[in-house]
Design a protein around this ligand. Structure first.
Ligand SMILES: NC(=O)c1ccc[n+]([C@@H]2O[C@H](COP(=O)([O-])OP(=O)(O)OC[C@H]3O[C@@H](n4cnc5c(N)ncnc54)[C@H](OP(=O)(O)O)[C@@H]3O)[C@@H](O)[C@H]2O)c1
Length: 267
């Protein structure tokens, strides 16, 4: 079947923040292409969205985006099905914390491939299509950690700095072609049961600095459509980003080291 409508493609759209982004797009009547690992979550989320929003098209592709050439495969899937993408949301990613040299090198390779290389290649392949489907948008997932280089999460933090810098620069290049680029920098967001239990057990203060995925998704899509350059959901997160730019770097790094060492030692 050939499709002439526009689609929003969301990587990691089956769970967590990606699912919340998909729900926010669906509420706005946007057709969706969900791309995530091939497991039970992806068809379940796609089916839920179709039931809740029968007037939109939802299709999905199960693929390991941490594999070399995954981006090209995603693009070919769209080309073959004539899915005209006018919004690319690069959300899939993961992080680990701990002593840098104590974690397997292979895990870092996967993290860098997924968080950076595939994101970067998806932009590369889809930009010509986005230019033809204006107004078009790219939203790349960074993190509040783009403001806070975090010890004991050195590799993850670095991948999110890459996304931050790359997105800001790409935005300026693509502006003249009707393609908006925004970078999303959420703070700590509870995306699973364990995280929820941990925060509930830590009391009021901990709850102040975390968000649930649904408001993150809603703020992100609303600000993306307004072509915001940097999207930081939540007042507390905005304040942390503001403060982080005003603390001298040596002091900031000492504080972060202290804070995250105690976290790593407890886990
Ligand atoms: N949660 C936070 O506190 C937070 C804060 C700032 C930034 N972020 C960033 O936000 C993004 C989403 O995080 P999240 O917490 O929502 O994660 P999550 O709940 O673990 O969801 C990750 C999504 O990405 C998919 N995915 C993971 N590895 C994949 C792979 N190799 N190939 C294809 N799809 C893959 C997952 O698919 P499956 O369902 O099949 O596993 C899932 O749909 C990440 O880039 C993360 O770094 C998160």
């Amino acid at each position: 079947m050939k499709h002439t409508k526009n689609y929003t493609l969301i990587t990691g759209g089956s769970q967590g923040i990606g699912k919340a982004l998909a729900q926010s797009c669906a509420r706005r009547g946007m057709n969706l292409l969900l791309v995530a690992l091939e497991n039970e979550h992806l068809p379940k989320t796609a089916a839920e969205l179709k039931v809740a929003h029968p007037d939109i098209q939802v299709d999905s592709l199960g693929i390991n985006l941490a594999q070399k050439d995954a981006a090209k495969e995603v693009f070919e899937w769209c080309r073959k099905n004539d899915y005209q993408v006018n919004m690319l949301i690069n959300n899939a990613g993961f992080g680990r914390s701990g002593w840098f040299e104590k974690m397997p090198l292979e895990m870092y390779r996967t993290m860098i491939q997924l968080n950076n290389q595939t994101l970067f290649e998806l932009c590369y392949h889809f930009i010509p299509m986005l230019k033809q489907n204006q107004p078009a948008h790219i939203m790349n997932m960074s993190s509040l950690e783009a403001y806070l280089p975090t010890p004991y999460k050195a590799a993850y933090t670095a991948t999110k700095h890459f996304v931050f810098a790359y997105s800001l620069a790409l935005r300026e290049e693509l502006k003249q072609f009707g393609v908006n680029v925004s970078v999303l920098c959420p703070g700590s967001t509870i995306t699973n049961e364990d995280g929820l239990k941990r925060i509930e057990s830590q009391g009021r203060k901990a709850r102040l600095v975390v968000m649930m995925p649904e408001p993150v998704g809603e703020i992100a899509i609303s600000e993306l459509l307004n072509k915001k350059q940097i999207i930081i959901p939540g007042r507390v997160n905005k304040f942390i980003a503001f403060l982080s730019k005003r603390i001298p770097i040596r002091r900031k790094m000492r504080l972060l080291e202290k804070l995250f060492r105690s976290y790593v030692e407890k886990t």
